[in-house]
Design a protein around this ligand. Sequence first.
Ligand SMILES: Cc1cc2nc3c(=O)[nH]c(=O)nc-3n(C[C@H](O)[C@H](O)[C@H](O)COP(=O)(O)OP(=O)(O)OC[C@H]3O[C@@H](n4cnc5c(N)ncnc54)[C@H](O)[C@@H]3O)c2cc1C
Length: 286
Amino acid sequence: MKPAAFRYHAPKTVDEAVALLAEVAAEDGRILAGGQSLVPTMAFRLARPGHLVDINGVAALNRLTVADGKLCVGACVRHAAFHRPVCDGPLGKLLTDVVRHIAHYPIRNRGTFCGSLAHADPASEWCLVLVALDGEVLAKSARGERVIAAREFFKGIMTTALRDDELLVEARLPILAAGTRCGFYEFSRRAGDFALAAAVGIYRLDGEKIVAPRLAVGGAEVNPRRIAEAERALEGAAPGDTAFRAAAAAATAAIAPMEDIINSAEFRRDLVLAVTRRALERAAES
Ligand SMILES: Cc1cc2nc3c(=O)[nH]c(=O)nc-3n(C[C@H](O)[C@H](O)[C@H](O)COP(=O)(O)OP(=O)(O)OC[C@H]3O[C@@H](n4cnc5c(N)ncnc54)[C@H](O)[C@@H]3O)c2cc1C
């Protein structure tokens, strides 16, 4: 099928983009970024936006910078930008480990980091990373700007705190200190498929003890989230099989997994047990 008719707009600046969005938001006007999620849904006529505001010509949005201890990822930065480390240290390495699990190479060449956040698929790897790191996003409309913390951003399946007239200008991730251990693991049925469950494990070491642990799970519930019960199991423990298994068990007990026609909640719960432990093992090896 072909998409329903729409009007196409190609702003050159952020101000033009938000002014256009203010005009067309009421007619289901949408931002077009990489188009890798929006265009297929338009082709199936699951989405029928009256207007597309294409931000690909806005040069200011195609920036990756480090400022105030944060990596800032502009709205037009593609997934493929992360094939190589974009910053020094553990964060750059974590992002290269994660990106190769997102879809396929041609999709990574067009799809954007921020588009994934705005789309908010429960299994999106970038949504999981934003939550695991307690990142934030900068949203802008003709009315002004606001910063939204990751824990406030995701509001359900493919639903975010972004208002219809807001452009997600950039995402910000805290730079991780040297020595921070990071691991990512996901399970999907085929390479390039969305994950059925995924996890990010992060911690630092104080002598032989884990400090400041973070364990976040994606793909299992409607939105990714940090699992406090699992983090408590890690805090102060020695890194290794006993602590990692205890944290994985705590994460598994804490989640309320989604089910679908193919995957039962119990199957997803089992996957969470495996992906959380493996993410922590990878962190220990990092
Ligand atoms: C076969 C296939 C496999 C895939 N596998 C994966 C996978 O394993 N993991 C994964 O995470 N993704 C996967 N994707 C999705 C892909 O990563 C998309 O690139 C991503 O979901 C959306 O980014 P985009 O830039 O293409 O956004 P678009 O498709 O352009 O937009 C998606 C939605 O977000 C809105 N939007 C986009 N950017 C902004 C912005 N800056 N401000 C406000 N709203 C905005 C749009 O209006 C639209 O509603 C897959 C896609 C395909 C086709």
